[in-house]
Design a binder for this molecule. Sequence first.
Ligand code: GDG
Length: 482
Amino acid sequence: MEELNSFVVVANRLPVDMTAHPDGTYSITPSPGGLVTGLSPVLEQHRGCWVGWPGTVDVAPDPFRTDTGILLHPVRLTASDFEGFYEGFSNATLWPLFHDLIVPPVYDVDWWHDFREVNLKFAEAVNQVAAENATVWVQDYQLLLVPGILRQMRPDLCIGFFLHIPFPNPELFRQLPWREEIVRGMLGADLIGFHLPQNADNFLSLTRQVAGTAGSHTGQPDELEVEGEAAIREVKAHVITADGRKVGVGAFPISIDTGAVEQASQSSVEALRADLGSPEIVFLGVDRLDYTKGILQRLLAFEELLESGGLDPATTVFLQVATPSRERIEHYRVSRSQVEEAVGRINGRFGRMGHPVVHYLHRSLPKDDLQILYTAADVMLVTPFKDGMNLVAKEYVAAHRSGTGALILSEFAGAADELTEAYLCNPFDLESIKRQMLAAVHDLRHNPDYAAERMRANSEQVLSHDVNVWASSFLTCLEDFK
Ligand code: GDG
């Protein structure tokens, strides 16, 4: 019988990619993404179990422990599960709906049935590995029904749920034909966490309107203190469900593992800048290639500044890393071809022989290489139309704790709530992005002390609110609600 665990995380994906080979063996590589960045250190500390899909359909290798001590328990998904549950309901229905309809969500009843069935599979896998009275932490929008299913299967468990993407305004959410089931699924948890108080407020307003809750909410937010001042988190309220349970709802902004950040060496940074043609200013973007991230808009802003003479193509380069993501979904394909067309056009217009102005990488890079890019970049552009948090912004400021560099950050990224000294922009307004690009370059050239002051304020925020603060404040609060 499989080992039982007192701490279980369940997420759509395991933190690795497994590739099955014809001889029956597998190769395993770490898979990037915000959730992996946030959760790996927490699981390593608890020597916990991570339940998730290994990234290849129709295989489920036996559970195994990683080098860092996490027990991985793979869940088997069929090709049809993957299409309906993951590409369909999760990423063509919920993702656009929860990101304020940047593209129109598709409401398809077959996908909904797949979503329910696959959520049941994940809940069954948790049931198999969770010890009596275990703590189970359910992650993200793909598993919104898991808390409710687990509550029925295993009333002994203490269940937390954390949403890594924004929670939309109830007026938008109410479009969803299966809205009651989704809200009831979430309310199976003892504590529901969001990144921002605004997300929690949206959820609380919604529960008053749907889902058959008794509609009872505390009027006054409670304050919860965990591990000293840095970790004060607001527990906004609780909801009393129709069956009389008390469910906590709060804001817990995720962060990065600042302790694990390895500073890039000066020589590797210099080598990269030399490879880029030793420009005066390096702009950088690092994103999954997702239409929410505003990659095209920042390239267009760059192009207009080259055109108007605001930036000089002889001394400026733009480096964009766009990690492949959800490539079979139509809107992702369109988004990729728009980005690649813009890269080609801008280089055609402003590049010279052997000196492109935009360096574009459509692939995933090793963490160490990413760190070199962060350190080498003078100006980082994080310009999503909507983003739950955005860890790239926090990774960049952590790499510039000495006060170098400048961060341009969308007002619509959750991170803008904390990184208030960034150069904030409205990504829907090209003029706003352009203004902040020029302001950042101007300050780096002519007012470096001011730029450094801003960067240091942002870095201090990230260094004092790392991923351990996020996890411990959520888990301590969960103890209070179980
Ligand atoms: C979701 C929410 C929320 C990216 N490219 C490579 C790579 N990455 C890593 C980054 C960063 C992570 O992936 C991306 O995190 P983000 O937070 O920026 O974005 P999402 O993937 O959309 O994450 C988001 C997050 O969940 C956590 O709650 O902040 O709002 O959408 O850590 O460094 N890592 C490597 N190579 C790459 O090419 N190694």
